[in-house]
Structures are given as C-alpha cells and as structure tokens.
Design a protein around this ligand. Structure first.
Ligand code: 5AD
Ligand code: SF4
Length: 471
C-alpha cells in the first residue's frame, strides 16, 4: 500500500459549473490531488483540499482538465520519488496542450519529496509552479496566488510545525464516518535507513485542546471512527495548560466525546509503547484491538545497525503485555528486507519472529538506499536479486498469516462500521474492529453507523457477513 499512488476524491463537483462555490465569489476551479505514500499524506491531502475550497477549488478526478494539480509526494523509498518525476512529465504534456488553447494549469509539488528536493525539482522540472513542504501547507492558498502572478517566492519548505498546526482550518469536511486526525509530526528516532527525521523534522506534538476541538467537530458531522496520525504517534506529548498529556490520556479524553465510538492510532515505535498506553488498551473499549507496531527485522544485529533502540526480546515483551491487556488484539508490522549486512541467517531470524508473533497483516519493503541517511554509506549492501527473493518469501508467509487471521473471524459476530456501498448491487461495505473490510447485503441507510454482523466467509482480502438483525 505504501508504494501505491492513491487518488483522493474529495467532493467531486468540479465539472458541474451550475454549482456555485459556497465560500467565496470566485469561479469554481478544478483541483486534482494525487497522493503517494502513507496515511499521513492522505490526511494532508484532505487538509489541502479543505484549505483550497474557499478559493473556489473543487476536486476532479481528471488531471488533464485540472486548473491546479497537487502531487502530494512520499520520499520514503526511492521508487516513489521516481514515480513523481514521471508523473510530472505526464502533467507537462497536459499543461502544454492547455496552454495552446489559452488555459493555465498550475502544478504544485507537496509532501516529503518537496521537502527534501525542492530546489532540485524546480531545476529539473521548470513546468512546476510551486513546491510546498509538509510544514507549510497553510500557506498553500497564498503560494498559489503568488504563482498565479508568477512573481515572488515559489519555494516554501521550511520547518515550522507549530505554525502549521495552528494555521490549518479547524473546520473539516469529513468524507463518511471515518476520519484521520493528525496529532503529531516528525520524528527524532533517526533510524539509519529513514528520511523522515530529515524531511518532516523534529518530533512535535499538537496541543490537546485543538485536537479535542477538531474531534468534536468531526463527531458532530457524523464521524464515528478516528485514526490518530503521526510518524511516531505514541511518542505524543501534547500540552494542555501547564500539563503534558500522553497518548493514553488523549485517547481517554477522545473516547468520551459523544459519537466517537472507535479510536485507532498509527504509526507507533516499539520503544514508546508505555505502560499507560498498554493499560488503556485494556480499559478503553473505544480503542480498537488492532495495533500497527513496526519491528522492521527479527535480527538483533540488524536492529542495532538500524538504530531501532529496541531488541527482538523487548519487542516480544511489549506484545505479550499488549495481549495480556487486550487478548483479542491483532498485530501488524512493517518489515525491511535486504538492509546492508543482512545475512541469510538474519533473514531467517525475521521469518522466525513473524512465525512466533502471528500477524494479522504487515507491509514489507525491500531496503531502498536513501542518500543522506547513515545506512546508505554502509558497506555490504545486499544484492538486489537476493533482497527480491527474501521479500517474496516474507510476503508469502505474511499472506498466509493474514488469511489464517481472517479465518479465525468466520462464525464470529461483531460490530461493523459501515462506510459506503459495496461493489455489488444491494451490498454495503464496512470495517471490522480489526481493520478488515466486511461486505454484507444491506440497505444504504445503514451506512455511517455500527451494526452487528455475523461473518460467514472470507475472501483473500475481506470478510463476508450477514447483518444479525436481518437474520
Ligand atoms: N527502505 C525501505 N523501507 C523503508 N521504510 C522507511 N525507509 C525505508 C527505506 N529506506 C519503511 C519502514 C517504515 C515504513 C513506513 O517504510 O518499514 O516503517
Ligand atoms: Fe523513520 Fe524510524 Fe522515525 Fe519511523 S521511527 S519515522 S522509521 S526514523
């Protein structure tokens, strides 16, 4: 999923000029946002669309007809960066074609590639009108206005996290009963393979009060499930008055908001799984029994070389404590194979760790050399074909575990949050507490709420159920 480009469809009313823009007297303009990478970027794209709405921008799914195209990029692996350059090439063709008929297309590059390579992008791709780093989204409307005048500062990739959170509009337009809520940015962990500490900057936690305000607003608009986001979300330590709250304290307060029935958070670092957070998993029913806790590798030697600050043993202890607090917790992880110096034995240790934990799902990646990170200079880089082979073996094992986990749910009944229509007629689609997709036959009127479902089967990636009330 991290490798795929996701297109965000927000309020797609662009090509209907009859609909007058609500927030301003400006004519409606078409906005196309292409999102790459993590959920943090998906969230940021939604916020950018919110910021641009008052300027008259409405989402379209047709990049070739857009007045403004935003590529919200991800820098975490090299492939993603290359995809951005090839997408810019495609956009340039559209831009040139529109210019022939006197129309202007503005191309903006946002996200982590913008942060890390802003100047390089402007040099390599003059068709790009502006570059905006993750900390400067609140300035997007102003930058767009400047680009329209083709004067002034076109580059804004500075680190000003406090300003960013403060300046984003608190009014959000949720798209259904689930929403992301950004509570933390950046990371101080400096894993030796990772660009995040350089692209997103130092760890910064958003203040408690503005988070609660935003969550209340979302709940009033029908949001039932919140996913709290941050690169290192369980390191959260936000201020309220003179006090500092942990993630566990924040979760307990969010759980009290009327309408909020489910809470998740992602992504966590194993060494920040504090006792109070583990306890909250046992005590707060709104906290969903699914934890994404990346371990990266099962070899202590490689963990050390990655500067992960935890060992296989401490990771397993944390998982044991989580399972004690919340016996039905499902676990997910990220893995990197082919990190410099990884031997066949190190890789076998990873396979062994996966077998001993039993995951509900996991993302696995081939190590990608990121210039500027300490690991990129390490000797003993693993040959690409060796890493490919390990990745295949790991992914096969994870898939097997994912199917086994899904199978355990067949015959069980639990609440499903219905989020939209299913693919087939008469079907609705929802989410289980363990983040599985669930299809059931049912009326659209159930979308937006939680309803009890009995699971009768599983497909490769989802569950099939029947509504209990309908039995
Ligand atoms: N190479 C491969 N995978 C990486 N990740 C981060 N940096 C790299 C890299 N250089 C993966 C990690 C992380 C996830 C978001 O992306 O597994 O947890
Ligand atoms: Fe990157 Fe490590 Fe921070 Fe995760 S914890 S964002 S992998 S530096």
């Amino acid at each position: 999923m991290h490798e795929e480009a996701i297109t965000i469809h927000i309020d797609p009313v662009v090509s209907a000029p009859k609909i007058a823009p609500t927030d301003s007297a400006l004519p409606t303009k078409a906005l196309f946002i292409q999102t790459y990478g993590c959920q943090m970027n998906v969230y940021d794209s939604e916020r950018m669309a919110d910021l641009l709405r008052p300027l008259g921008y409405r989402a379209t799914d047709k990049p070739d007809q857009a007045d403004l195209v935003v590529l919200n990029t991800c820098h975490i692996r090299e492939k993603a960066t290359e995809k951005v350059y090839s997408e810019i090439g495609r956009l340039k063709a559209h831009k040139d074609r529109l210019a022939l008929v006197g129309k202007k297309m503005t191309i903006a590059i946002a996200g982590c590639v913008a942060q890390a390579q802003g100047e390089e992008i402007m040099r390599r791709a003059p068709c790009v009108d502006l570059v905006v780093g993750p900390q400067a989204y609140h300035k997007l409307p102003e930058l767009i206005a400047q680009a329209a005048r083709t004067t002034g500062e076109r580059l804004d990739t500075r680190f000003e996290a406090v300003e960013k959170f403060d300046a984003l509009p608190s009014k959000r337009t949720p798209d259904g009963p689930t929403a992301f809520l950004s509570i933390q940015e950046g990371c101080d962990k400096f894993c030796t393979f990772c660009v995040v500490p350089y692209t997103r900057g130092a760890e910064f936690s958003r203040g408690v009060d503005s988070i609660l305000l935003e969550a209340e607003g979302l709940a009033r608009q029908g949001v039932r499930e919140l996913t709290l986001l941050g690169q290192n979300v369980n390191a959260y330590h936000g201020q309220t008055g003179h006090k500092t709250w942990s993630l566990a304290q924040l979760v307990r307060a969010l759980a009290k908001i009327d309408g909020i029935e489910r809470i998740r958070y992602t992504t966590s670092h194993p060494s920040d799984m504090s006792d109070d957070l583990i306890e909250a998993h046992g005590e707060v029913p709104e906290l969903m029994p699914y934890l994404h806790l990346p371990v990266q590798t099962g070899s202590n030697k490689i963990l050390k070389a990655m500067n992960r600050k935890h060992s296989v043993e401490t990771y397993l202890e944390t998982i044991a404590a989580m399972r004690k607090a919340r016996p039905d917790i499902a676990l997910a992880s990220d893995f990197i194979v082919g990190f410099p110096g990884e031997t066949e034995q190190d890789f076998e240790d990873t396979m062994e760790l996966v077998r001993s934990v039993g995951y509900a799902g996991a993302y696995s990646f081939k190590y990608s050399r990121r210039p500027g990170t300490p690991a990129s200079d390490l000797p003993e880089q693993v040959p690409s074909d060796v890493a490919d082979n390990r990745l295949q073996r790991l992914q096969a094992l994870i898939l097997e575990q994912q199917r086994a986990f899904n199978e355990t749910k067949v015959g069980q009944s639990f609440d499903v949050l219905f989020t939209g229509p299913g693919r087939n007629a008469g079907q609705i689609l929802g989410r289980s507490p363990w983040l599985q997709s669930v299809h059931a036959q049912g009326p659209h009127s159930l979308i937006g709420g939680l309803h009890r479902v009995r699971i009768i089967g599983q497909m490769s990636n989802s569950l099939t159920g029947v509504l209990v009330d309908a039995i």
